[in-house]
Design a protein. Structure first.
Length: 136
């Protein structure tokens, strides 16, 4: 039997960007406090060229002024391919579980070899501390 999951999770916009140059693109800051677990889903849409490396950062402060990269050991899978694999094909999806030690997180995409690029989308999926997450 399939059960409802929507009452226990919330999707948060991490990054939606058209990346057409070699650059670093910074996503939204996510507050993990209301969640007991967090997963990041990253997808490349309309990819034409370039490589896109996802990098996750964390900080204790909401402005992320002293952010540091989240170690592979604080992500699942810990043995890479997903945690630090480069996105370099259309319709490629990466799923990374966060163990993290700090309250605030965000995604950055480091792109290289880009002339026309791709659309990169990322959602943070938070599992509620208590059932019945408020949507909106």
């Amino acid at each position: 039997m399939i059960k409802d999951l929507v009452s226990d999770i919330k999707a948060l916009k991490g990054l939606f960007a058209t990346i057409s140059t070699s650059t670093t693109t910074t996503g939204s800051i996510i507050d993990t406090a209301p969640y007991k677990s967090m997963t990041v889903v990253i997808a490349a849409v309309s990819w034409t060229d370039g490589s896109f490396l996802p990098a996750l950062f964390e900080d204790t402060a909401s402005a992320m002024g002293t952010e540091s990269a989240i170690d592979d050991g604080n992500m699942i899978p810990q043995t890479t391919p997903e945690a630090s694999a480069t996105i370099d094909a259309a319709n490629e999806v990466h799923t990374i579980g966060l163990i993290g030690t700090k309250r605030y997180v965000r995604l950055k995409i480091v792109s290289s070899g880009v002339s026309s690029g791709a659309i990169i989308c990322a959602l943070f999926i938070g599992e509620a501390l208590d059932a019945g997450v408020t949507q909106g």
